[in-house]
Design a protein around this ligand. Structure first.
Ligand code: URA
Length: 475
């Protein structure tokens, strides 16, 4: 009997190395005993001797499944997987035999792992640790049912590429720092703060996506099992949201606006009437709250919140962008994502102080298309820009800027009500009704999309020159 002692349960590379050696040596499954090591030492005995050069032909799908299923906590997993591999060497169609007991077990174990991965993607909540110039660091505590950290960490790497983070689980930790992903030993819950300011954003997001008309409590419990609640800031809102659900549904029924064709002027007028009805907006702060409640067009349905403009009421220059992006939608502030970063740098170069400007957007809700876990920006239609002009005009009444700088074509339409190319408007100072000056330039995200470095540098210099012209004009 051969004994294989695995140092790191759940480590596919370690198991595969041992299994390859055994398969290549023709060692039958019932001649091997597999166990985890308490001392943390990996002992393959002579099992691995033949591993490096061994050429074994196994179905790719099976290897992919094994890579996941090795994370299962069932202590029998290394042995069962080895038996399945052994059988698959002699039976290429093994995976297609759905009634086979080994295959049935494998499929069920794989399903359990996939479900656990899905839950971890959804329920990890980061808490802020500290901030170094230009980079923030976060940590999260999570207790997955299986040893799946290796399977999930790449998802968080893609999703939170721009910050440093650690995910601590009882078995292992993943650390993303200096754009490098490393793994370390498991930890305890008390290593991670249990609350922070980011929680408010999660709770706002959760409150915003909670649709009382669609509540199905059993389905909700199945999707968000109670065992995850203790680490979810938004879980504390579930009871009050459910308690108020019925009343909210009644209110929605009473206030329902049927979705007529948004392109018809009739719909626009009706919505406009609805909005102005009884709503006294006297300050920019009240305006921001009203923007968040806006249901004028269907974009509010999927966005986290309405994002109003920000900046001093006495600002001389108003900068108008297109619409909030992913980060703006979550944080509730304009230009805080990648395009905001480009804008900040250009403003600085042009000698403009962002805190002295009023920054806003033509459209106040994020329009996107879900793609897996990502939300891909979509351009607003002319109708959406025109409907949202009601808010932009209100902001203009409050701020009364001497100069408006439009960033991109949507902003230009938002301000002027007409479609025109940036090219035809750029380089000159225009005058709007009432004497407000207008400078039209590109949107900073355009610079992020240019693959050619020389072209990007040229476009960026022109963008800074436009902002410089704005500064001189406003002065
Ligand atoms: N792009 C915009 O147009 N506005 C924002 O606020 C962010 C990105």
């Amino acid at each position: 009997m051969r004994e294989v002692v695995l140092k790191t349960p759940g480590d596919f590379a370690e198991w595969r190395c041992a299994a390859r050696g055994l398969l290549a040596g023709g060692v039958a499954p019932d001649e091997v005993s597999w166990r985890g090591s308490e001392e943390g030492a990996s002992l393959f005995g002579d099992a691995v001797a033949a591993a490096p050069g061994a050429q074994l032909s196994l179905p790719r799908e099976l290897v992919e499944i094994a890579d996941r299923v090795i994370c299962h906590r069932d202590a029998e997993v290394p042995a069962r997987l080895y038996r399945i591999m052994w059988r698959a060497l002699h039976d290429r169609n093994l995976l297609a035999r759905a009634t086979d007991a080994d295959v049935d077990w494998l499929r069920k174990a794989d399903k359990a792992i996939r479900r656990d991965v899905h839950k971890m993607h959804a329920f990890v909540r980061f808490r802020r640790l500290g901030e170094e110039p230009g980079r923030e660091s976060f940590a999260a505590w999570f207790e997955p049912s299986h040893r799946i950290l290796r399977l999930t960490a790449p998802f968080f790497q893609r999703r939170f590429y721009g910050m440093d983070w650690a995910i601590v689980t009882p078995d292992a930790r993943a650390i993303w720092q200096d754009e490098t992903l490393t793994y370390g030993p498991g930890g305890t819950k008390d290593e991670v703060p249990d609350s922070d300011v980011v929680e408010d954003q999660w709770r706002t997001y959760y409150g915003a996506i909670f649709n009382p008309a669609r509540v199905k409590i059993d389905a909700m419990r199945a999707e968000m099992p109670k065992k995850y609640w203790k680490n979810l800031p938004e879980a504390q809102d579930i009871a009050p949201l459910l308690a108020g659900a019925e009343a909210r549904v009644e209110r929605m029924r009473a206030e329902a606006v049927s979705m007529a064709n948004p392109l018809t002027g009739k719909w626009r007028t009706r919505v406009q009437d609805e909005l102005t009805r009884g709503e006294e907006i006297e300050t920019l702060a009240e305006l921001a709250k009203a923007v968040d409640r806006c249901t004028r067009c269907p974009l509010y349905c999927d966005a986290t919140q309405g994002v109003a403009g920000e900046g001093p009421e006495a600002a001389r220059i108003m900068l108008v962008g297109e619409q909030p992006g992913d980060q703006e939608d979550l944080q509730g502030r304009p230009f805080v994502g990648p395009a905001g970063q480009v804008l900040n740098e250009a403003l600085e170069e042009a000698g403009l102080d962002r805190t002295q400007l009023f920054l806003t957007n033509a459209v106040k809700h994020f329009k996107f298309e879900p793609r897996g876990k990502r939300r891909l920006h979509q351009n607003p239609t002319n109708a959406e820009i025109d409907i949202c002009r009601w808010w932009l005009d209100k902001e203009r009444v409050f701020v009364q800027p001497g100069l408006i700088v439009t960033l991109g074509a949507s902003a230009l339409r938002g301000v002027t009500g007409k479609s025109a190319s940036i090219k035809s408007m750029r380089g000159a100072v225009h005058e709007l009704e009432g004497g407000t000056k207008l400078i039209a330039t590109i949107h900073p995200s355009f610079l992020l999309r240019l693959p050619d470095r020389a072209r990007a540098a040229e476009e960026r210099a022109m963008f800074v020159a436009d902002l410089l012209r704005a500064r001189k004009l406003a002065a």
